[in-house]
Design a protein around this ligand. Structure first.
Ligand code: BJW
Length: 234
């Protein structure tokens, strides 16, 4: 069985990484549009750098939770038949042991050079405008996908959705495209669809099944259920 899992901010919430659309509509004190657009970066690069620099250092203080670990166990069992597409820019899937992870909105631990388009692994601050290790120009920005930019890996995601027997969305608001449209794409190709989220999302009506609760409980339970079924069927 081929499975595509889409993860969003909700899977990392219990690790202590704030989601984007918490009750007050603010994201660590900023409106998303203030920091997550190329226009915001052009207008106030230092503000945007400081915001991402703070999130990069905060990443050192958090750990993957039971939901990340459960998906890594699922990959051990399914190998190439599982792909995790994540909207998250943290590295918690990788730290839990997942290897087949596609970061469609980029990665905090990467920098993108606006001069040479090079992508380089980066684990320190960018606010002081360090030179690009590739071309030497001081045009490094966070390697993340802002509103109005094209997410990474779209061709591969379309191919994987077309092949999937099951599409599972975990901790997603269903409010940001193109990820919010994956469920409809998967449905058109004949996949079964399952939502695991704290509460009903904007996309809930599109799923065959929706389970609501904490990712740290729902995901391990779903993985055990699936592996139990897979073992008894073999
Ligand atoms: C839990 C939980 C727990 C909490 N357990 N669950 C009008 C209509 C339609 C589309 C558009 C439109 N105008 C513009 C657009 C397009 C635009 C868009 O979608 N805008 C919307 C606002 C309408 N999209 C784009 O611009 C994208 N690019 C694009 O479309 O290019 C064109 C193109 C596409 C494809 C092919 C060719 C061309 C780019 C979008 C980039 C988004 N970037 C950000 C920032 C990334 C970097 C960073 O992290 O700083 O991505 S914004 C932010 O939102 C971030 C997230 O990945 C993304 C989605 O957030 P997510 O994951 O859903 O998080 P939350 O916080 O919203 O929700 C968390 C959920 O978890 C909630 O449901 C909770 O209940 C739940 N939860 N605790 C389980 N313990």
């Amino acid at each position: 069985m081929k499975i595509v899992v889409l993860t969003g901010a909700g899977i990392s919430a219990e690790s202590g990484v704030p989601t984007f659309r918490d009750a007050d509509g603010l994201w660590e004190g900023h409106r998303v549009e203030e920091v997550a657009t190329p226009e915001a970066y052009d207008m106030a690069p230092s503000t945007v750098h400081r915001f991402y620099d703070a999130r990069r250092s905060a990443l050192l203080m958090v750990q993957p939770n039971a939901a990340h670990h459960a998906l890594a166990r699922l990959e051990e069992a399914l190998g190439d038949d599982l792909l995790v597409v994540t909207q998250n820019i943290d590295d918690l899937h990788e730290r839990a042991g997942s290897r087949r992870v596609l970061h469609m909105h980029g990665e905090l631990l990467s920098a993108l050079c606006r001069a040479c388009d090079g992508r380089v692994r980066w684990d320190s601050d960018l606010v002081d405008l360090p030179p690009c290790p590739g071309c030497g120009v001081t045009e490094l920005r966070p390697d993340v996908v802002w509103f109005g930019e094209i997410p990474y890996g779209m061709d591969r995601i379309s191919v994987e959705l077309a092949r999937a027997d099951l599409f599972v969305s975990i901790g997603n608001s269903g409010a940001v495209y193109p990820a919010a449209g994956f469920v409809q794409q998967a449905l058109r190709y004949g996949a079964r669809t399952l939502e695991l989220n704290l509460e009903p999302s904007d996309g809930t009506p599109w799923f065959h099944e929706a389970r609501h609760g904490r990712a740290s409980e729902l995901v391990p339970h779903w993985v055990e259920e699936l592996l139990g079924t897979a073992q008894s069927a073999s």
